[in-house]
Design a protein around this ligand. Sequence first.
Ligand code: NCD
Length: 320
Amino acid sequence: MDRINVLPDEGVSRFDGMDILSVKQFNHHDLDIILDVARDMREMVDRQGSVDILKGKLLANLFYEPSTRTSSSFAAATQRLGGNVIQINNVTFSSVSKGEELRDTILSMGSYSDAIVLRHPDEGSADIAAEVSAKPIINAGDGIGEHPTQALLDIFTIVEELGTIDGLTVTMLGDLKYGRTVHSLAKLLALYDVKLNFVAPDLLKAPTALVDSLIESGVGPCKHVDLDSIISETDVLYVTRVQRERFADQSVYEKVNRSYAVNVDTMNIAKERMIVMHPLPRVDEISRAVDEDPRAAYFRQMEYGMYVRMALLALVFGKV
Ligand code: NCD
């Protein structure tokens, strides 16, 4: 792989040993670096499948909530770079079920591994982990807080699919209240020249604090609108499922469940070059018939995720 020079004058990349906790850590230049390295990773995988730049490195994948893509793509990314993974996907089989506190579990995993990927139901848990850990912490979702690596792969997807982000209209549809992927992506999009629309059932509107901070960063009015009024000018339709596990009262969930859906009719009035994204898992908010449409980018988005996670690991371990 050609070496990308990310070193500033003093010779140490700012990514080296970095915790990845929130998208707020990144500026435009950082994003350019991550995307460039991800592109190199993609080419490398196409060419030879794997390299050994992380030989001898061990990643701990510590998941307190269900995961298919985030957990497996971090494992795949590590192994394609020549490293190894300790996988804890079900904490009920670990000492967590004996009452161990997050801090202690993090210290244990840190004593065996070189970096920890953490998914946890509590907002702020990744910050707590980073406070106690000597090893880098990568936030793979902290409750309704953030999911920074997902947002980075979402940005990579948009650039690879549409060539640019500046000038685009991005419409976010679904659970904007509890969806952490939306919270992270909206903040990253604020670094670009985009128009952002929100479409959500009343009970699932984006938090006021998020909307206010976006307006402050100049992403336009960020109004909640109807999908029909906005679909024909949308370049990226970002869909999310209703986050059922966040509802204290399941009867409220039932009220909003199935209250929106993207189907063939939606696609018929959308732009020819629009892309539909979804962090997945999809429940029933995008009809299966849409999968056949070349504008459905959500399965390609998963693959982009592996390249971005390869890039992040290589950067955090100081290998590019
Ligand atoms: C998302 C998550 O966990 O926040 N999934 C993912 O990481 N791709 C979205 C979701 O669960 O709805």
